[in-house]
Write a protein that binds this ligand. Structure first.
Ligand code: IPD
Ligand code: CA
Ligand code: CA
Ligand code: CA
Length: 289
């Protein structure tokens, strides 16, 4: 690890603990809940305060680094965000990942801080203030939970043994949701499914072997910037849903212990094959008539 990256990591860990302590303390206050898109897409003053805290620290210490944060940059499309920001060091922050859990006092949420250099993740920190679990990784340096090195699970080697997690993105929470047919494919074929409500922690749980894998559509860079690096540094695999190299601006993510990866991505490829067959049959019919 370069001395620059060691310093970035130290700051990210310090500030994640600071933001975590603040969100924990604010649970005692009355929450001001605002709707973003609908009743299932919410923000509170705690999300905003934690993002402000992180942005202030960053502006003081690293004024030349760019920032991408959910509550102040939320409307932006991911590809545009990366293009506009360009190279150099950037900090991608989710002040509270798991806002719905936070609002409902479900003790499962975290602050997520990913650091990228020229678009590639170099360090990541995810901190759950209620369990006091701090996950971190630096590119090439392994992944850690507090002070202990972590590794993805070596036990589950087949999909039938896998415990997987997923979630719905805000715009996909409706009857025609594209997540539903995907979930249906896994019911019965994996050991079981979980929907824990904080993508950054799902990724960390894959990294430390609690979960075998995690998939999600429509994540934003702040959901995955830290966690995706933590998974790969823990020996896991992260790709898009078809098994192609993953980038933070992508629309889909599959993270696994590696052993079960191909079986999982092949399920998503089945979707593509099926829609191709439907399209081909339609074309053939149209041609014959
Ligand atoms: C959400 C959580 C959730 C995932 C959603 C995300 P937020 O983030 O990570 O697990 O399913 O897609 O938007 O809004 O609580 O930061
Ligand atoms: Ca949100
Ligand atoms: Ca999030
Ligand atoms: Ca958030």
């Amino acid at each position: 690890m370069s001395s620059m990256e060691a310093q970035l990591l130290r700051h990210a860990m310090l500030w994640a603990r600071e933001a975590g302590t603040l969100m924990k303390k604010m649970l005692d206050d009355e929450l001001h809940i605002e709707q973003k898109k609908n009743d299932s897409d919410l923000v509170t003053q705690a999300d905003r305060r934690c993002e402000e805290l992180l942005r202030n620290r960053l502006a003081q210490v690293y004024p030349g680094h760019w920032i991408l944060g959910e509550e102040m940059d939320g409307g932006i499309d991911s590809y545009t965000a990366f293009k506009q920001r360009g190279g150099g060091y950037g900090w991608i922050i989710d002040p509270i990942d798991g806002t719905t859990n936070y609002i409902h006092r479900i003790p499962h949420f975290a602050v997520s801080i990913g650091i990228v250099k020229d678009g590639q993740p170099v360090a990541g920190v995810v901190y759950n203030p209620l369990t006091d679990e701090l996950f971190h990784a630096v590119k090439g340096g392994g992944a850690y939970l507090n002070d202990a090195r972590i590794q993805v699970s070596q036990k589950e080697r087949r999909l039938s043994e896998a415990v997987l997690a997923t979630g719905f993105y805000a715009g996909d929470w409706h009857e025609e949701s594209e997540a539903l047919p995907q979930i249906k494919r896994f019911v019965g074929s994996c050991r079981n499914l979980r929907m824990n409500g904080a993508a950054s922690l799902d990724l960390c749980w894959v990294a430390c072997g609690r979960l075998t894998g995690f998939w999600h559509r429509g994540l934003h860079p702040w959901d995955a910037a830290a966690g995706s690096l933590i998974v790969t540094e823990a020996g896991g695999r992260v790709t898009d849903r078809f098994g192609a190299a993953f980038h933070l601006a992508m629309d889909s993510l599959v993270a696994t212990n590696g052993w079960t990866h191909d079986e999982i991505t092949s399920i998503f490829l089945m979707d593509v094959e099926e829609s191709y067959v439907v399209w081909r049959d339609k074309e053939e019919k149209a041609f014959k008539s």
